[in-house]
Design a protein around this ligand. Structure first.
Ligand code: G3H
Ligand code: 13P
Ligand code: NA
Ligand code: ZN
Length: 323
């Protein structure tokens, strides 16, 4: 069956790698994630956002995730699978997911005051733990769009709060803000440095804050959201075939490799998958204008997504071979 994140995180922190948390809201994404993780023998966290539940229907998504457990057996190698609510914003939403078979939930109270965040998170933890479900909390606000809240600048996690937050709430893992953000435009060109070839390098993540957090809560599982790298070849393919993505920039994979070796044990990636699918679909649409069978473009999109995730597991997160 589905597992919660407890043992997976303990192993990942000790082993110096991170478990992939990939978002899904349709069949092809789920197939790509599972095929990639089985082929690389990686544990996996399947993430469902509230937007995904609205889009795909909560009942269908939940049963797809349950089907995932049987599907990986058919693929020939059983990997641990966590079904996780991404960015839960209310107790009711978390409860609904817990009551309906999720093995892990995030309660993102980071937009509230510290006291309200503690109270809300604690309430979710009490209900979740009574049902064997693990909980991710968040301290600090990522720049960009999060829960329909647009933050101009990130509010980095304050290391001096983490010990108290973890002790008061009982959370199993903590999402932090050290300069990552959601989406494909993580930094403005002005924030980046540009080399002769026009390649943008973003400002360095605040690894000093991560280190300070690790000192205060040694070995405690840390989560990094907004960790897409926004591969420039995918962006170029999208733009070559009619897209118009401007100034798209992500987190260099080298920095994520470094994070994965630390107490960061869950790395969230969604946008890179969206880019890979879009690039593959645009290419088919442009090169084969006579195609109108969705399988003929969703199939290549799925295959591209699978390659992307295998690469992440093997070359970035270090989760390959850990299942
Ligand atoms: O954190 C956001 C995830 O990428 C999910 O995005 O809310 O558009 O489904 P979404
Ligand atoms: P990206 O937009 O960088 O893929 O981040 C996804 C995420 O944090 C989901 O919670
Ligand atoms: Na790690
Ligand atoms: Zn996120």
């Amino acid at each position: 069956g589905l597992v919660n994140s407890k043992d997976l995180f303990a192993k990942a922190v000790a082993g110096g790698y991170a478990i992939p948390a990939y978002n899904f809201n349709n069949l092809e994404q789920l197939q790509a994630i599972l095929q990639a993780c089985v082929e690389t023998k990686s544990p996996v966290i399947l993430q469902v956002s509230s937007g995904a539940r609205k889009y795909a229907n909560a009942t269908l998504l939940r049963n797809m995730a349950k089907g995932a457990v049987e599907y990986v057996k058919e693929l020939g190698y059983e990997i641990p699978i966590v079904l996780h609510l991404d960015h839960g914003d209310t107790f009711e939403l978390c409860k609904d997911c817990i009551d309906n078979g999720f093995s892990s939930v995030m309660i993102d109270g980071s937009h509230h005051s510290y006291e309200e965040n503690v109270a809300l998170t604690k309430k979710v933890v009490e209900y979740a733990h009574a049902h064997g479900v693990t909980v991710e909390g968040e301290l600090g606000v990522l720049a960009g769009v999060e829960d329909d809240v647009v933050a101009e600048k990130s509010t980095y996690t304050r290391p001096e709060e983490v010990e108290d937050f973890v002790a008061k709430t009982g959370v199993d893992s903590l999402a932090i803000s050290i300069g990552t953000s959601h989406g494909a435009n993580k930094f403005t060109p002005e924030q980046c440095t540009k080399n002769e070839d026009g390649v943008l390098t973003p400002p360095m993540l605040r690894f000093d804050i991560l280190e300070e957090i690790e000192k205060r809560i040694p070995g405690f599982p840390i989560v990094l959201h907004g960790s897409s790298s926004v591969p420039q070849d995918q962006v170029a393919t999208i733009n070559q075939f009619g897209g118009a993505l401007k100034d798209a920039v992500g987190i260099p994979e080298e920095w994520l490799r470094k994070a994965a070796k630390s107490a960061v044990c869950k790395i969230n990636i969604d946008s890179d998958g969206r880019l890979a699918m879009t690039a593959a679909i645009r290419k088919v649409m442009a090169e084969k204008p006579g195609e109108f069978d969705p399988r003929k473009y969703l199939g290549p999109a799925r295959d591209s997504l699978k390659e992307l995730y295998k690469h992440k597991n093997e070359d970035v997160l270090g989760s390959a071979g850990q299942a």
